[in-house]
Write a protein that binds this ligand. Structure first.
Ligand code: HEC
Length: 127
């Protein structure tokens, strides 16, 4: 019983720490990393370089999950949650289509991801 409570406490504080990190996710450095990874994935798809495309798309999945958490915690940001979740899904689609050596579908998913970046910037990014 006691042990269980300790574990619960440890988990709770771990979650709180993760939440703290995630809430700072969407800044310039973070987005530059997103952009570099996206460009690398997109050109790897064009070159039919499955290895690079897959590892970049996996990285994008992770990054956009952080963005999803960021908007989920921010509150009143349903559009941000939706668009970052869509970006996670499109990154997953790149992973699965590349695994099937379907580079045409991967390129379509990548192009749609590129449009999703812009849609979110139109809503949330001030220039
Ligand atoms: C769900 C929302 C969202 C999505 C999706 C998104 N971004 Fe962003 N992006 C932002 C916000 C908000 C900023 C402004 C951050 C800031 O300046 O603090 C930004 C800023 C940027 C910047 C400017 C960084 C700078 O130097 O000021 C780049 C580049 C960028 N995003 C690239 C991308 C790319 C590439 C994608 C898609 C693969 C993408 N973003 C997807 C929200 C998003």
């Amino acid at each position: 019983m006691h042990k269980k409570r300790l574990l619960h406490l440890a988990l709770t504080s771990l979650l709180a720490m993760t939440a703290f990190t995630a809430s700072g996710a969407v800044d310039e450095d973070f987005m530059r990393n997103v952009e570099d990874t996206f460009k690398s994935a997109d050109s790897a798809i064009g070159l039919k370089d499955a290895k690079t495309a897959t590892s970049d798309a996996r990285e994008l999945e992770k990054l956009f999950k952080e963005v999803t958490d960021h908007y989920a915690q921010k509150g009143d940001a349903a559009e941000g949650v939706k668009l970052s979740q869509k970006s996670v899904d499109l990154s997953t689609k790149i992973v699965t289509t590349v695994a099937a050596k379907d580079f045409d579908s991967a390129a379509l998913a990548s192009a749609e991801l590129g449009r999703t970046c812009k849609t979110c910037h139109n809503v949330y990014k001030q220039d």
